[in-house]
Write a protein that binds this ligand. Structure first.
Ligand SMILES: [Zn+2]
Ligand SMILES: [Zn+2]
Length: 943
């Protein structure tokens, strides 16, 4: 039946082949239910019960890193497992247009050609980005294909695709019509390098050593002259004083009561500014007097609103001082800072400079210091309730995660702690700034009228102002935040907003999706926005039967699993600057995808970061090799059986193996073990314990199957003339059945090697196109056989003890020896029945059942048995003496060398701690070995 497997397991060859085959054969496509004939649809896809996952779309500019590989390995494991349990499954792949990242990349390309996007113009620049995307945009998905991700490639999307752009436009217009989108001037984070607004989530705060400058603002007399008194303020950004419009003090601050109602002269600018009173000012901080710069600080902006102060923006988009800065206009913000401080000092207005550690916001993309700045932007009022919904977008997103009156949650988080993190963020959420001053992205569908100065927002590009009919309208230049479009993905990939009666099969079958697996880093960016958008927009889509959609059916996914991070072997975060980044493609080349995937799965326990260690991958590569060799052994026996006319019908494979009550112990036991493992693996996968599942399979396949069952089965595979053919065939059949089921059990974890062996097992004529399309083993109640497990345990314990005794007594590897065994009656019957197994696996020539072990023998004891190996050593004394003498010389040489190193102060000072520890450990071990060898040498008989 099976054909030959190559002698050596070579993952590269088989993985390249199958990865290409899966894509070419389109094996993991989940067609729209409307395209499947009704008869077939009930088998492949029961409406409403499809198991659907959306891939967190990597940036189109991206290269696959270890974090992606980990995330995708987990998703693929789940989706392959669910697919094999018989559910219709769909994994939708795609990429994100990644506004800032992509624009930066193409800008860099332009710079290398000596040009800029401004020189190119907007349209030509956009064309250029599309061209870039066509050439390089598929790289990360190609890498996914090579790693075997079982996605539906026919549904691949890009967030700038036409049909997804329609959704973006509809969402914007609808929210605008609902009064939830507005345009206004607020303080936002501005990146002078990227020249765009960036959200709070897109800045990283870093502690930075800076200064606190204390500046004297002269108090004015009633006649408008300096009174000689001054009020001292403190600031970390002195250049912003150019935009000061007031100084605030606490109304009850006794130091300043006499200054109430007075005015100050703003130094350098010579603007007259008021002293204002506000409870918000802290009397204990600094001097208790605070400069107010509404255009450059969020708190000051709020103060300005309360006191009806003007806002003076003193900086341009590039971080240079603008015309409002008078003498400082045109200077870079930090050049201006220096000059301002110097000028203040000249004028005797600098009271002091103190060292000060600041938490400074940097642009996450380019690491430039972000500038809080007043800017006119577009916002979503996430906390505003609409009349027809009776709720706000954030309100819905909170309700979706909190338990309802019955205690049910529409969305579950695993690990559970993230539910709290999410709710805490959502309950304190501010309006979402959705505009970005970029050229790459979805341009905001709003037109400004230069006649009436009103805004027209429309689904179709308008020709005239909707307010006054003027044709003098121009489209808004801002684009939408990238997360606006990715937040819509769960609805837009299934056809929203074009959901009509005959165009809703996908939406009905796949929405809400079942599970989202993603990282903590995009919990707010993406997960929270999908929950807001999904719940808001899908609520307008009635259920298939026309009834209104409940919140539980509106959410974009029912389960969220937040995976951990992959760190290096020393638990350090991987980073380019540290140079400890592991390239998944390199590691896959070295060990094979299966071994890397298995490493990641075996360490993936919820909430625990992975310390990726190549040593483990090496171990799992050996595991794959072990399975490969087991397959080759089986196939060899199939061939031998065929030579004497024994064949196994492939039709007996593919289900859960069973064992007759009178079957040999090892058969009943391995079937029981397989059932127990299967039950636990399924349970672990249900509960996101990928690590437990992987380790269970590893123990079963390597331990139970290869080390025990296969070894015992060798006894039964008798192909001699005198063999009982029926027994041989039964043993071979069971062996193949258990092996085939084990391959299916392992397949979601190691899809490549299992595919290769499975096809070989059917000699290239398998019952399905892929093992991934067969069924996942499920435990049967009758498969549990506690008696078989107990009896086998007795046999195993006895064999292990005999093996240890043999080692202790120095029994030669090949020698077969008698044993003495005292054993309780019940266990004795089990051993007697299975004598053959013990004799074969523990190299026993004769089993002597005794009431007591002969005195003087060294024995091993368990509660229910004592065992001794009868072995008189017949060692060659001169040869042994020779060997021991050589060993002793070698150990002494090693010790001397170690002493030289450990005694060398400068070596100890320079060597890393783990090297020194290793040397010390080795030194102690060598000492022990030396002692043992010396003792053994003196114990040798004299000749
Ligand atoms: Zn930037
Ligand atoms: Zn108009």
């Amino acid at each position: 039946m099976p054909h030959d497997l190559p002698k050596a397991y070579d993952p590269t060859a088989i993985e390249d082949y199958w990865a290409e085959y899966w894509v070419r054969e389109n094996l993991f496509a989940q067609p729209s239910p409307k395209q499947v004939p009704a008869s077939e649809a009930s088998v492949r896809l029961e409406c409403q019960s499809a198991f659907t996952i959306l891939l967190p779309p990597p940036n189109v500019t991206g290269q696959l890193h270890m974090g992606h590989m980990f995330e995708q390995a987990e998703i693929d494991l789940v989706i392959r497992w669910r697919r094999m349990t018989g559910r219709g499954t769909l994994w939708v792949p795609g990429t994100d247009h990644a506004g800032i990242a992509t624009q930066l990349m193409v800008e860099r390309q332009l710079a290398s050609e000596g040009t800029t996007r401004q020189k190119l113009g907007r349209e030509a620049f956009e064309d250029r980005v599309w061209e870039w995307k066509r050439h390089y945009g598929g790289a990360i998905l190609d890498q996914m294909k090579r790693l075997g991700a079982s996605v539906d490639w026919q549904r691949e999307y890009f967030t700038m695709d036409d049909h997804l752009s329609v959704a973006v436009r509809e969402a914007f217009v609808r929210l605008y019509e609902q009064g939830l989108i507005y345009r206004g001037a607020y303080i936002i984070n501005w990146c002078p390098r990227c020249q765009t607004a960036i959200s709070d989530l897109e800045v990283v705060h870093e502690e930075q050593k800076g200064h606190l400058w204390e500046i004297r603002y002269p108090v004015r007399d009633a006649d408008g002259k300096d009174s000689g008194e001054w009020l001292t303020i403190a600031t970390t950004r002195p250049e912003t004083m150019l935009g000061d419009v007031a100084v605030a003090i606490h109304p009850e601050d006794e130091r300043y009561l006499h200054l109430h109602g007075k005015k100050l002269r703003l130094p350098l600018v010579d603007r007259e500014i008021p002293i204002i009173l506000d409870d918000w000012v802290s009397r204990d901080f600094g001097t208790g007097a605070v400069k107010v710069t509404p255009a450059h600080d969020p708190n000051d902006f709020a103060l300005g609103e309360r006191h009806h102060l003007p806002s003076i923006n003193i900086m341009d988009d590039t971080g240079h001082i603008n015309a409002e800065g008078g003498a400082y206009a045109g200077l870079d913000r930090y050049v201006a800072r220096k000059k301002i401080v110097a000028n203040l000092e000249e004028q005797g207005l600098l009271a002091g400079i103190k060292d000060h550690t600041n938490n400074v916001a940097h642009c996450d993309r380019c690491k430039t210091v972000a500038e809080p700045r007043l800017s006119t932007q577009w916002f979503i009022a996430v906390n505003r309730k609409t009349e027809d919904r009776g709720a706000s977008m954030a309100g819905l997103a909170i309700a979706a995660v909190k338990p309802d009156e019955q205690g049910n949650k529409a969305i579950h988080f695993t690990p559970e702690q993230y539910e709290k993190t999410y709710l805490n963020w959502m309950e304190n959420i501010h309006d979402w700034c959705i505009s970005r001053q970029l050229w790459w992205g979805h341009r905001i569908p709003a037109w400004h009228c230069s006649t009436c100065h009103k805004i027209t927002v429309a689904r179709e590009d308008p020709a005239a102002c909707s307010h006054c009919g003027s044709g003098k309208i121009t489209q808004e230049t801002d684009v939408l935040d990238t997360w606006f479009s990715s937040g819509l993905l769960p609805v837009s990939v299934f056809g929203w907003p074009r959901i009509t009666d005959d165009n809703r099969a996908d939406f009905d079958a796949f929405y809400p999706t079942s599970l989202l697996i993603t990282g903590f880093d995009i919990l707010f960016f993406w997960v929270a926005r999908m929950i807001m958008f999904g719940s808001w927009f899908s609520a307008d889509v009635p259920m298939p039967d026309g009834s209104p959609r409940s919140l539980a059916d509106s959410v974009p996914f029912k389960e969220v699993y937040i995976h951990a991070l992959v760190r290096d072997a020393n638990r350090e975060k991987m980073s380019k600057t540290k140079g400890n980044v592991i390239d998944p493609i390199e590691i896959v080349k070295a060990y094979g995808t299966d071994a890397v995937r298995f490493t990641l799965a075996s360490m993936a326990s919820p909430g625990t970061d992975i310390a990726f260690n190549v040593a483990r991958t090496e171990g799992y590569r050996a595991f794959a090799n072990k399975i490969w060799n087991a397959a080759r052994f089986l196939f060899m026996n199939v061939d031998r059986a065929a030579e004497i006319g024994i064949t196994v019908d492939p039709a007996v494979l593919g289900s859960m193996p069973t064992a007759a009550p009178d079957a040999p112990l090892e058969t009943r036991w391995i079937v029981a073990e397989l059932n127990a493992t299967t039950a636990k693996v399924n349970h672990s996968l249900e509960n996101y314990r990928y690590d437990d599942a992987a380790n269970l399979i590893y123990q079963f396949f390597w331990g139970s199957f290869c080390d025990w069952y296969l070894e015992i089965a060798k006894l039964r595979l008798d192909f001699s003339e005198s063999a009982d053919r029926g027994k041989t065939k039964a043993a071979l059949t069971k062996l193949l059945q258990v092996f085939e089921a084990s391959l299916r059990l392992l397949s979601p974890f190691m899809p490549f090697i299992t595919e290769e062996i499975w096809h070989a097992l059917y000699d290239g004529n398998p019952p399905a196109k892929s093992i991934a399309l067969t069924t996942y083993p499920q435990a049967a109640p009758e498969g549990i056989d506690i008696a078989a497990q107990r009896d086998m345990n007795t046999i195993q314990e006895l064999i292990v003890e005999i093996r240890t005794l043999r080692k202790e007594q120095g029994v030669e590897e090949k020698a077969v020896t008698p044993i003495e065994l005292r054993i309780d009656a019940e266990a004795r019957a089990v051993v007697a029945e299975n004598e053959e197994i013990v004799e074969r696996l523990a190299k026993v020539s004769e089993m002597r059942f005794v009431d007591q072990i002969t005195s003087g023998r060294s024995l091993h004891t368990k509660a229910y048995f004592d065992v001794a190996v009868i072995y008189e050593s017949t060692i060659d004394v001169p040869a042994e003496r020779d060997r021991l003498t050589k060993d002793i010389a070698r150990y002494e040489k090693g010790l001397a060398a170690a002493q030289r190193q450990l005694g060398n102060e400068s070596f100890l000072a320079k060597a890393p701690a783990h090297i020194v520890d290793g040397l010390k450990k080795q030194d102690a071990e060598t000492r022990l070995l030396l002692e043992k060898a010396k003792t053994a040498l003196t114990a040798l008989p004299k000749d």
